[in-house]
Write a protein that binds this ligand. Structure first.
Ligand code: PEP
Ligand code: MG
Length: 889
């Protein structure tokens, strides 16, 4: 006996997804639960695989089983396939385990030919309906099974309708004429006569579904999403029901809850007197589902009950398709509905409150990135549709913003002070542009990847940013931006809108919407006035109950620290002190320090910065109020603090009272061929120990002052870019000496840790030695990625997108941690470090600390915490909870 290839809907259920495909299992489950589903059967995914195994031949017994199943259906509905007097018509659809773009669409009304068409007309007493059904069948069969270009059919249809008529206005005669024209097109294009034999039609349609499994689009899709080819697709053959039998018939789609807002209401649309594909194709404007309550109250009542029942059954929002045939409701499909981030959280919380799901299920239902939608303004989707798209770059910083183009950071700061909304547009940004970036609504750069300066700073500020927008050519001199490949030239002062969610840059002011959660956090709205805020915090509190990984924030200022706490950060994992060097006039003292010839001169310059740094640290300790604060000693190359243009150099020389040549020589002396691998990180403190000394003093004095005021402090001092334990030992000695001095001087005992970043591969490899000195490790995966791949962070934006586009890499490794390579170093660092010091505290502070998959990896390798930009703290909280849930799967 041959294998069972065919299952009636009455024989399957939801658990048979692998065998029957998603659609097949869905309709079988609905049938089983008593929902009205037109009878049918599913050919299994195994049959599809066998078809390929046999060199594209039907498996033995498949056709016989198909005919047998058809007989059962005929009996159930009292019609016969191919019978001119009482014809059974069927639809044929593909259905793999996962719904998959590129798979075969639906063929409707299969079984029609000249004779059965006449029978259908008689039977329904509606020749027009029959002609329309025939026209659709020929069109779909021609397009989907025989591969004729669908445009050709559409063209005939629009010619026939003319300008003022709709498809429903075409007469039976016209529709028959159109069907004949379609057949002629098919003959010419596909070189075959349209098959008249219904069984032949069915065989061809099943074959077409099987073949579509290996179609190019489907294969490509599976490659990208790593879906194995061996899954195969099912084929669903189902009795036709007709939504186009008159004004008591309709077809539609609906969600059991609003997929945009999460509101508990039926949400969808339908078309009267139409068939399935008309709704999607937008031939006529459909009506909202609420209208059905007025037009067909009984059907509506039954429909809403079924919808609720399905939702309870599947314990999730359902996206259903239905048809009403002469007042009788039929359900054609059900599947879990896709939804926005806001809706996902609301629905998950509501369903827990309704007792439908537990909290853990709720936490699994929301993708961490979706939480972003609560925080940032978004481009109004309707407005975006009509807006002019200029160019697209990397979506680097969240939100959307409108502003006037400004190319110079000073100008940006000045104009924003006067209340102007500006967007800083640069080829790339550098630390000295910071003030201009802060002042801007958004940052747009032509060069640089996802960890370029612009992107890192923007995310830390929670600012919208699109970077690496290669189509923009920025001409600073002319004050203009040319959009490559077009004749568009944008001028300084022109309005643009930047969408940091999609990476699109639009011309002019495209409407945006401000996030409610942000208004609450800023104190512009009371928490109790925002339902959204309530859902958001409830949901996140559940994540906190589950997760074991700590979540901290990267923050350099008290303001950042405050925001981070409001988002639930449990400490600061990285305070980049160099950002404090750029504020206000401090840069002058920093420059004095750099050009100083002797350690004494340098100390004198540093003494000017020290009280200011101390003040910053006090501010941060105050906000963090007893939570740990990791402060990193100076990291960036010194040349970043000095100007490069002739005019700026002259101005600075004048201001500092030194001659231009001396300053130029100093700058020249600092020039590096590979700044990313040059004189930065602890290398600065090794050549100039007085810098480390000053910073340590500022930290401990700040700590002592706060403690004296009753504020608890836990500073963690972190040395960057260590590759050998000797570097850490040397810097650590300075820190510990200063700590002792300050404690002796103030009489305060300060509870602090000394640790290092692990961001040079050698540090990970020698972590056991490094842990003899370090009390904690923080993995700086930005640099670790750069040095493991040997790709400069500053330059990778030029070629990495191509790597991703050509699928050499699945993701940009500066965005998603490369677990296979860089991850090994992280794992090794943790293991080796803990072999020396079992209680070694470990965290991550590279950009990956806020990326969900990377956060889950950090959980798995046993880090104590992740640290990310304040606005990603909530994402990390959820990802950390999901990491625990995934362990329990
Ligand atoms: C890192 O390298 O991962 C890091 C956090 O340091 P920065 O980005 O400041 O180099
Ligand atoms: Mg680094």
């Amino acid at each position: 006996m041959s294998k069972k290839w065919v299952y009636l809907f009455t024989e399957g259920n939801a658990s048979m997804r692998d065998l029957l495909g998603g659609k097949g299992a869905g309709v079988a489950e609905m049938t089983r639960t008593g929902v009205p589903v037109p009878p049918g059967f599913t050919i299994t995914t195994e049959a599809c695989n066998e078809y390929y195994a046999r060199g594209k031949q039907f498996p033995e017994g498949l056709w016989e089983q198909t005919l047998a199943a058809l007989k059962v259906i005929e009996e159930q509905v009292g019609k016969k396939f191919g019978d001119p007097d009482n014809p059974l018509l069927v639809s044929v659809r593909s259905g793999a385990r996962e719904s998959m773009p590129g798979m075969m669409d639906t063929v409707l009304n299969l079984g029609l030919n000249k004779e059965t068409l006449a029978g259908l007309a008689r039977l329904t007493n509606n020749p027009r309906f029959a002609a329309d059904a025939y026209r659709r069948f020929v069109q779909l069969f021609g397009k989907i099974v025989l591969g004729v270009d669908g445009e050709k059919f559409e063209h005939v249809m629009s010619e026939a309708k003319g300008r003022d008529r709709q498809d429903t206005d075409l007469t039976a005669e016209e529709l028959m004429q159109i069907a004949e024209t379609f057949k002629a097109i098919i003959k010419e294009d596909a070189g075959v006569d349209f098959p008249e034999d219904p069984y032949e039609q069915l065989r061809m349609a099943i074959t077409a579904v099987f073949n579509s499994w290996m179609g190019r689009r489907a294969v490509d899709y599976r490659r990208v999403y790593k879906i194995p080819d061996t899954l195969g697709t099912g084929v669903n053959v189902q009795t036709m029901v007709f939504g186009n039998m008159g004004n008591d018939s309709a077809t539609g789609v609906a969600f059991t809850r609003n997929p945009a807002t999460g509101a508990d209401e039926l949400y969808g649309e339908y078309l009267v007197n139409a068939q399935g594909e008309d709704v999607v194709a937008g031939i006529r404007t459909p009506k909202p589902i609420s209208k059905l309550r007025e037009e067909m109250p009984e059907v509506y009542e039954q429909f809403s009950q079924i919808a609720k029942m399905l939702e309870r059954h599947y314990k999730d929002v359902q996206d259903v398709e239905f048809t009403i045939e002469r007042g009788k409701l039929w359900m054609l499909q059900t599947r879990n509905g896709k939804r926005t981030g806001m809706a996902a959280v609301k629905i998950a919380v509501d369903m827990v409150n309704e007792g439908l799901i537990d909290k853990r299920t709720a936490l699994r239902r929301v993708q961490p990135e979706m939480l972003n939608q609560f925080l940032f303004p978004i481009v109004n989707p309707a407005a975006a549709e009509h807006a002019t798209r200029l160019a697209r770059g990397l979506a680097a910083g969240p939100g959307a913003a409108q502003g006037r183009i400004v190319l110079d950071p000073d100008e940006a700061a000045a104009r924003s002070e006067q209340g102007e909304r500006v967007i800083l547009v640069r080829t790339e940004t550098a630390p000295e542009d910071f003030h201009g970036m802060v002042a801007s609504q958004a940052i747009l750069t032509a060069r640089g990847g996802l960890t370029s300066h612009a992107a890192v700073v923007a995310r830390q500020l929670g600012k919208c940013c699109v970077c690496g927008c290669g189509d923009l050519e920025i001409d600073y001199k002319a004050g203009a931006v040319h959009v490559h490949g077009t004749d568009v030239i944008l001028k300084d002062g022109d309005w643009i809108t930047v969408d940091g969610h999609s990476g699109w840059v639009y011309a002019g002011q495209v409407e945006t919407q401000e996030a409610e959660v942000i208004q609450v956090i800023r104190g512009q709205m009371k928490p109790e006035d925002s339902k959204l805020y309530g859902y958001f915090t409830t949901f996140l509190s559940w994540a906190d109950e589950v997760r074991r990984l700590g979540v901290r924030a990267n923050a350099d200022t008290p303001t950042d620290a405050r925001v981070a706490r409001l988002f639930g950060a449990e400490g600061i994992g990285l305070c980049r002190t160099e950002h404090m060097f750029f504020e206000g006039d401090r840069i002058d003292a920093v420059r004095e320090m750099i050009v100083a010839d002797t350690p004494e001169d340098r100390r004198r310059a540093l003494a000017k910065i020290e009280p200011l740094q101390q003040g910053d640290f006090e501010g941060i300790f105050e906000v963090m109020d007893g939570l740990p604060v990791t402060i990193r000693t100076l990291d960036p190359p010194l040349h970043e603090f000095l100007p490069h243009g002739d005019r700026e150099i002259e101005e600075l020389a004048h201001k500092m009272g030194i001659d231009v040549a001396t300053l130029k020589a100093k700058i020249e002396g600092l020039r590096e061929a590979n700044p990313m691998l040059g004189f930065r990180g602890c290398r600065l403190g090794i050549e100039y120990p007085e810098i480390t000394e000053m910073q340590a003093r500022a930290i401990f004095h700040a700590a002592a002052n706060c403690q004296a005021r009753g504020i608890k402090v836990h500073p963690e001092i972190m040395i960057p870019l260590v590759g050998d334990v000797s570097e850490l030992r040397m810097q650590g000695d300075i820190v510990r000496r200063v700590a002792d001095e300050v404690m002796a001087e103030t009489g305060q005992k300060i509870d602090y840790l000394l640790g290092t970043m692990i961001e040079v591969p050698r540090a990970a490899l020698t972590a056991d030695k490094i842990a003899t000195i370090a009390e904690f490790f923080s993995f700086g995966t930005n640099d670790l990625t750069q040095m493991t791949f040997g790709m400069s962070r500053d330059d990778a934006g030029r070629f990495l997108p191509l790597y991703v586009e050509r699928k050499l890499l699945k993701d940009d490794p500066f965005e998603v941690l490369d677990q296979e390579g860089v991850g090994q170093l992280v794992r090794m660092g943790v293991e080796r470090g803990r072999s020396t010091r079992p209680d070694l505290k470990t965290g991550i502070c590279g950009e990956h600390g806020g990326e969900p998959e990377s956060v889950k990896f950090c959980h798995r390798v046993g880090l104590n915490y992740v640290s990310c930009s304040p606005y990603r703290v909530v994402i990390a909280r959820l990802a950390a909870a999901q990491a625990v849930l995934e362990e329990q799967k």
